[in-house]
Design a protein around this ligand. Structure first.
Ligand code: SF4
Length: 383
């Protein structure tokens, strides 16, 4: 590990950065990323690097039920440990399931893992899961943190700046234990059965996929405005398939109803690999800052994004495909709110602007303008 010893690094705890390269040959490795679909997609460059460095290792992912749906599309993984751990839940009635957490320790112990790699965003603490790993008997525990965690981790690495892209943050942790990167592009492999199922849902010729869902209300562009976006794209001659999970059925229906155009139709809820395969066939995707955005990026479908100010664009923006992120700069960003306490000014993006951005991505050469546009494109994102 490239340890910095006593060098004074701003924000670095003096006890951090001790350890060294980890021998991963033949190891049983548990990688932790127990949040949402998009977060799992952003781990794919790290998993690629890990597999290349340790071809004979067994690599498993500790994922949430939502994130686990991505696993069948990640060929580097040998298995998944599905859990809804306390450190990923919001405080509330279900908070603090001690029995569930004890059971998780037992499941981790039963996996006989040698190495625990804790991947986090800049705002997440690695210490709760690292502690469970210690209780489960995992000998090598690798984390990023600026906060003191005692002897809980064997490899306590000072993280890069908080503004670092999530992909690069994960690769930084691996580099610290001697694993070189293998590119920054996210990637998924769509199973053949999913591709066949998606072909039956797609129209002939060019089409757009609009995914109006997101994990929280603060990241969702209004359904009625998404309907107007879909209508404009359809009027330009491109059919639009509106898609979401089973829980987003009503939202999808509202978008289709508002669009009032025969070429705007709903896709029935399908498994995540089928949805991803549909994205892969599309000429362009229109999404929020959500899992749909990351999935489109990973299958190289250009994506127009209504990007709420809940997060910084630089941490998460698509970099593997052409993308246009639209939003309004606001002083309250990044807020990380689940519900906007104001009037969602950051998503004050006219539908004409979002539709024009989508068409420009779908048909390269189309000027990225629309008469009534008042939207603000963030810095363009090109692979
Ligand atoms: S307007 Fe501000 S507080 Fe509301 S979601 Fe956007 S960034 Fe967050």
């Amino acid at each position: 590990m490239a340890m910095t010893g006593a060098t004074a690094v701003p924000g670095r705890h003096p006890g951090a950065d001790r350890g060294g390269p980890v021998d991963l040959a033949g190891a049983r490795i548990l990688v932790v990323r127990a949040d949402n679909i998009g977060d799992v997609v952003t781990t794919t460059p790290a998993l690629r690097a890990l597999r290349a460095a340790a071809p004979g290792a067994r690599i498993e992912l500790l994922a949430s039920p939502a994130g686990a749906a991505v696993v069948p599309m990640i060929p580097e993984l040998d298995g998944v440990l599905v859990a809804s751990p306390s450190w990923q839940q919001l405080p509330g009635a279900a908070c603090g399931d001690a029995a569930g957490e004890r059971e998780l320790v037992e499941r981790m112990a039963a996996g006989s893992y040698d190495v625990l790699l804790v991947l986090t965003s800049f705002s997440q603490s690695p210490w709760p899961v690292a502690h469970l790993g210690m209780l489960a008997g995992i000998g090598t525990r690798v984390v990023h943190s600026r906060e003191f965690g005692g002897a809980v981790a064997t490899h306590w690495v000072t993280p890069p700046p908080d503004t670092t892209h999530q992909v690069d943050r994960a690769l930084h942790l691996l580099a610290a234990i001697g694993v070189p990167g293998r590119g920054h592009e996210t990637a998924l492999r769509v199973p053949a059965g999913a591709a066949i199922a998606a072909a039956e849902l797609a129209p002939d010729g060019a089409f757009a996929v609009l995914a109006p869902g997101a994990s929280c209300a603060s990241r969702r562009y209004p359904a009625e405005l998404f309907g107007a976006v879909a209508a404009r794209i359809a009027q330009a001659g491109m059919p639009v398939r509106v898609a979401g999970s089973a829980a987003e059925d009503e939202l999808v229906a509202r978008v289709v109803t508002t669009a009032e155009h025969p070429a705007v139709t709903a896709v029935p809820p399908v498994a995540l690999p089928v949805f991803t395969a549909l994205l892969a066939r599309a000429s362009v995707a229109i999404t929020n800052n959500s899992g749909g955005m990351h999935l489109a990026d990973a299958v190289r479908t250009p994506v127009a994004v209504a990007f709420a100010g809940t997060e910084r664009t630089g941490d998460l923006q698509p970099r593997s495909t052409r993308a246009t992120l639209l939003g309004r700069p606001v002083r309250c960003s990044p807020c990380r709110q689940l519900q906007c306490p104001y009037n969602h000014e950051c998503l004050d993006v006219p539908p004409g602007g979002l539709a024009a951005a989508a068409l420009a991505l779908a048909v390269p050469g189309t000027p990225l303008t629309a008469k009534e546009d008042r939207w603000t494109p963030f810095a363009p994102s090109t692979p």
